[in-house]
Design a protein around this ligand. Structure first.
Ligand code: C2O
Ligand code: CU
Length: 426
């Protein structure tokens, strides 16, 4: 693969060219890697020699057997973000398993129930380990995937470097009452660099950045947004700017009409994140872009539990009673008792209110939920919902996956300093 030097994180992009692992038995080795960033050699963390780690690829219904072999000199854990796995495979310290100590391994074993775009990442000291590169794409193919010419991943990532161009270690989430660890370099890590005019692409867009929200605007493509957070949209949407908060995903199927440019236009920015050059022409498909087949989820009706979740803390917000910078319902960090104790297959509704001066993205493990619009209609299925400053949003789900499930802000600096709770399903 040819690497365009234009992108600051060119070598990160090159690492993405490592072939996808499709075998059902995989070993993931978190380790120190050295990556070329902005012309300097930068020590990062990666899996199996690369940051990001290898793309894991399965077919819906496959059994994944993944050994985490901890070759770090620190603890390690892997969380399968968005995958509805059994609770003991969820990779969360304290709630679902013990941290894997250096030199030890842990065998993750689970069926992949849903087709779609997911990702995996460290869930131990995650704001630090993810910002250093411990993440990768986790793709589950449909049994009959839609016909496309290229199926590619796009990972939106930023890095905070210090004056010497090294990973800025002075960032301490406990001292930051604002947006969190925003990088001074941002890029799109693409699994390929060129396409042909007329190609039909499936873009699997993932935001593994620790704290940054992107508003992704794309030129050179005509098509549809077909899935959010791995879950197909009942009705695909026209391809416009996409809001991607940390942890969120978006699947696009679109035809190449010219050179493809990906820009971040969040908050008035206009920064090129990545480009696909056009190397030839093929006659475009005249088949309509299909909706993806739905994954099996139960439709929520009247809730058995309704709860309020208030996001608190940070600069300029009223005081709260938690011990950290950030809090949920006046508690910072995992409370002893869950926010909700539900019985399996009960329906819950959570009214989330953002009383802080910053946006937040609330992520529920192990279950997808519907966003509710302001008139109470069921919106798309998501595993992470973005709340603007002052916004209130209700989410609802049938909790059919038993266990102890984390619910936290996926701005990992906010999570590290208080914004986390959990739900139990028995
Ligand atoms: Cu993407 Cu609690 O995680
Ligand atoms: Cu947050």
């Amino acid at each position: 693969m040819k690497v365009k030097r234009r992108q600051a994180l060119s070598l990160l992009a090159a690492c993405m060219a490592t072939p996808a692992l499709g075998a059902s038995r995989i070993t993931l080795r978190p380790e120190k890697v050295v990556t070329q960033v902005a012309g300097r050699r930068l020590p990062m963390l990666g899996f199996n020699g690369g940051a990001p780690g290898p793309q894991l690829r399965f077919r819906q219904g496959d059994t994944a057997q993944i050994r985490l072999d901890n070759t770090l000199d620190d603890g390690a854990l892997v969380h399968w973000h968005g995958l509805r796995v059994p609770n003991r495979m969820d990779g969360v310290n304290v709630l679902t398993q013990d941290v894997v100590i250096p030199g030890e391994s842990f065998d993750y074993l689970f069926d992949v129930p849903d087709a779609g775009t997911f990702w995996y990442h460290s869930h131990y000291l995650s704001y630090e380990q993810v910002s250093r590169g411990l993440f990768g794409a986790f793709i589950v193919e449909e049994r009959n995937p839609p016909a496309v010419d290229q199926d590619m991943t796009v990972q939106l990532f930023d890095l905070l470097l210090d004056a010497d161009g090294q990973h800025d270690d002075s960032f301490d989430p406990a001292r930051f009452a604002t947006e969190g660890r925003l990088g001074n370099i941002k890029t799109a890590i693409l699994s390929r660099n060129s396409v042909q005019q007329g190609d039909r692409l499936r873009l699997r867009i993932i935001n593994p950045s620790v704290d940054r929200i992107y508003r992704l605007s794309v030129t050179g493509l005509e098509g549809q947004i077909v899935a959010l957070d791995g879950m197909p949209l009942e009705a695909p949407q026209a391809l416009g700017p996409m809001m991607l908060a940390p942890g969120q995903r978006c699947d696009v199927i679109a035809d190449v009409t010219g050179p493809v440019t990906l820009r971040d236009t969040y908050g008035g920015a206009d920064d090129v994140l990545g480009q696909l050059t056009v190397t030839g022409t093929r006659s475009p498909s005249d088949a309509p872009i299909p909706a993806l087949p739905p994954n099996r989820t139960a439709r929520p009706g009247t809730p058995d539990h309704t709860t309020k979740l208030v996001l608190q803390g940070g600069a300029g917000a009223p005081a709260h009673r938690g011990t950290g910078t950030w809090a949920l319902n006046d508690v910072s960090g995992l409370p002893r008792r869950p926010l909700i104790a539900a019985k399996r297959n009960q329906t819950v509704r959570i009214d989330i209110e953002n009383r802080t001066g910053f946006p937040h993205v609330m992520h529920l493990h192990g279950n997808h939920f519907h966003e509710l619009d302001t008139s109470g209609n069921l919106g798309p299925l998501r595993d992470s919902t973005l709340l603007a400053v002052g916004e209130t949003r209700a989410i609802t789900a049938v909790l059919d996956n038993p266990g102890a499930w984390m619910l936290h802000c996926h701005m990992l600096s906010h999570q590290a300093d208080g914004m986390a709770t959990w739900i139990s399903v028995s």
